[in-house]
Ligand binder design. Structure first.
Ligand code: SIN
Ligand code: CO
Length: 394
């Protein structure tokens, strides 16, 4: 079946359209959405989640609360570790689950009203009754989708909520937490939290929570990237100029005219085009730990033709971030893995189609490959490891 042909569903937003949600809630205020995903069935079991936490490359944490306080342990774990756990008051959390189990990307695709380059990851947690990670704040937007069991979420949405953290705790915990809201979430319910809202989720029964997290570029990263681009362009070799300056009234004075020349000069160097490039590069940088590298073998026309005749899936690397920036004159730039690929109109149209959906069947990809330039581009993307031919899917 051509999976691209499947209707794309959006997560329920409690009767709000994505536009209204984005206007009134996104990055501004929490929203509890009952039955955001009616009938949601966790696509992996607690045992499978624990299996991921045995893997050395997969980021996982086990948080426990005992009479003597909190404990945090990072994975990888051993099976015996899980067997020794008590019946209550612990949580296992696994990051980037959609990158290790790419079929779970379809959960994130329900949030496609937000650009994919804004996504961070799907974190899945399993908690025994009473399990929690304590009251804390996150720096990013998150949608907390209840997968299995019941979790009590409490938040403090008051504008002056205390944010001081306990410096002695082994994990990031708020010193004081006074909830303003208290809800019991059932499977399919979802809580949206913007950054900076104190929250506490306690498992009422054994439960699984799917956290769809979004990332935001830091100013620091943007400035570093802009500086790097200036250096690459050789602009850093230009020198401060003060032609026509006045005589200095004091040998040490940093005069206003020099400062304003310097400010203007720096602002001029940071052109819109440079800043746009820096932004595109930063937001598509691959998350550390997920280095993309192409296959050792050469992917040539024959490899791709053979794949198109077989039962395979053509998949964007689950850790790849892509962003497209059209140029006013036609064509544009595709940012991939923090890099820029300038494209003419033909190439741009191809990338627009290729990046609009999820996995591709050979038939769907064949339909996109309309000319020689598309083939060349696709071969380059496969060789770079940005797209992959997966013959393990059937
Ligand atoms: C959890 O799934 O237990 C924690 C999610 C969060 O509070 O960010
Ligand atoms: Co949190």
């Amino acid at each position: 079946m051509d999976r691209r042909a499947r209707p794309r569903e959006t997560i329920g937003l409690g009767g709000l359209t994505p536009e209204v949600f984005l206007r009134d809630y996104w990055q501004q205020q929490p929203l509890l959405i009952r039955q955001a995903w009616p009938g949601f069935q966790p696509p992996l079991s607690p045992e499978e989640l624990a299996g991921l936490a045995l893997e050395p490359d997969i980021e996982s944490r086990l948080i426990r609360q005992t009479d003597t306080g909190w404990s945090l342990r990072h994975g990888p774990f051993e099976t015996a570790h899980f067997q020794r756990l008590p019946k209550s008051c612990w949580t296992l959390l696994v990051q980037d689950v959609e990158k290790w189990l790419p079929s779970l990307q379809t959960i994130l695709d329900r949030f496609d009203f937000l650009p994919r380059w804004r996504r961070d990851d799907l974190m899945v947690s399993y908690a025994a009754p009473g399990g929690s990670v304590g009251a804390h704040v996150d720096r990013y937007d998150v949608f907390l989708l209840q997968g299995q069991g019941q979790r009590r979420w409490q938040i403090d949405r008051r504008p002056n909520a205390p944010l001081e953290e306990d410096p002695d705790a082994p994990l990031r915990l708020l010193r004081d937490f006074h909830p303003s809201d208290d809800w019991l979430l059932e499977p399919g319910d979802m809580l949206y939290l913007p950054p900076g809202i104190p929250h506490l989720g306690v498992a009422e029964t054994a439960c699984m929570t799917f956290s769809i997290g979004f990332r935001a570029a830091t100013l620091d990263a943007l400035l570093v990237e802009a500086t790097q681009l200036l250096q690459d362009d050789g602009e850093h070799t230009a020198l401060f100029a003060d032609i026509g300056r006045g005589a200095s009234p004091h040998p040490a004075l940093l005069d206003e005219s020099s400062l304003s020349r310097a400010r203007g000069w720096l602002r001029e160097a940071l052109t819109d085009s440079l800043l746009d490039r820096a932004f595109g590069r930063v937001v598509t940088q691959t998350k550390p730990g997920f280095d993309l590298c192409g296959p050792d073998t050469t992917i040539d026309r024959t490899t791709l033709s053979d794949a198109l005749d077989s039962v395979v899936t053509i998949r964007r690397h689950p850790a790849l971030r892509v962003a497209l920036r059209p140029a006013p004159s036609g064509g544009g730039v595709c940012f991939l893995d923090g890099d820029e690929w300038p494209l003419d109109e033909n190439g741009y149209a191809f990338m627009e189609q290729l990046t609009s959906g999820g996995d591709l069947t050979p038939q769907a990809l064949s339909a996109l490959l309309r000319n020689e330039a598309h083939w060349t581009l696709m071969l380059e993307l496969l060789q770079a490891g940005y797209w992959e031919i997966d013959d393990d899917d059937g």
